[in-house]
Design a protein around this ligand. Sequence first.
Ligand code: SAM
Length: 404
Amino acid sequence: MSTRRGVPSRDGPAGPDMDQVIFRSDTVLSEIHLLLPNTRHLMTRLNDVGQPVFVSRYKILKDFEESKPGDSAASATNADEKEEEAVGRGGGGEEEERESREECRSECGVSVDEDGDLDVVRRPRDSAPLERGVEGRDMICPIILTQGDGAPSEGEEDPGEEEECCGDVIRIEHTMATPLEDVGKQVWRGAFLLADFILSQPMLFRGATVLELGAGTGITSVVAATLAKTVYCTDVGQDLLSMCERNVTLNRHLLDSAGGQVKVRSLDWLGDDFSTETGAEFSWTEEEVADLHDNTTLLIGADVCYDEELTNGMFRTLYRITSNLRHPSAVYISIEKRLNFTLRHMDISCEAYDHFRRCLDDLRDMDDGKTKFTVEPVPAQFPQRFHYERIEQLELWKITASPL
Ligand SMILES: C[S@@+](CC[C@H](N)C(=O)[O-])C[C@H]1O[C@@H](n2cnc3c(N)ncnc32)[C@H](O)[C@@H]1O
């Protein structure tokens, strides 16, 4: 996560006082989106809470064209595919950049300069008076390049559909540079590490019932459903779950051909059960809860441990669910150890990671007479099937839960 401090705000009625400046929010930007070439920064719509939404395409590499571990987004090149809009494609030389500018100009009716910035023709300052705002300033009128008000429904024409149906390309709607409470609207490197692992284990995932916790945009669930029978893709928040549902619809070409289904459902780690409120969007039916308990053998979570309280809630949820499953289960959690210098430690450390490791130890040592847990790291030696930088701070952990 790249962290950018938000605008400082001041609390209290006393008015401005520089001693009381508090940074109220952090804005974070995933490295996945940070490295997206400028020419790809095309906003498609504003979501219900007014955030710009972007669409990125991620190509699932075939085994023979796998990205070497350590491939960075900036260095990856593989020039002959249209699906190169995937994150992780950058730098392909002047020719590629020129082609991509041309492509952008013809697809969107806009032109971009050699750095990928929009070429804007300035409107004369004394243009129509209605377009002038207060104090004679020009009003800003954002241009949305393409706009849609809902996920493409069955049978609805989708501009990229023809191309997608043929390729192993995942299209994901996401936002960029969100406050911490909205991090699920971005794609994180841990999602790709976990997706790589899933694709490296077809025998394990094929036909399985899988539960994903903290699925965010849903990209890992979509990958899992190319093998699994059912993936319960869970997170919290109406807005996020709607985006996730749109992403499942956008990728139905991958799911239809594999026969897997993704069910987007609400599951709050800070709550204490499945929400089965009748008629509420993203709530569970009794049949789904029963199916989950009867058939789930795999649980997954990508980059879900970044805050101590939430991590505690996530582990409580894991414990509660795995102890109630009919079959033994395996849980795979990816985590990125984000190192920072802290005055408290006078050294670089990652408190969220340390807390995660403590939670793993607690689970392993738990003796409730009902379930036995084991914990082990999974070496990241499986092939890289997406273009991203698989840094050494990215880790995958496996927990097994066996009824006693
Ligand atoms: C860093 S994001 C990771 C998203 C996605 N797995 C990925 O790797 O791209 C962490 C996710 O945890 C989810 N989350 C945070 N608090 C939660 C809670 N109380 N219950 C369920 N999910 C939560 C967020 O909404 C977000 O989607």
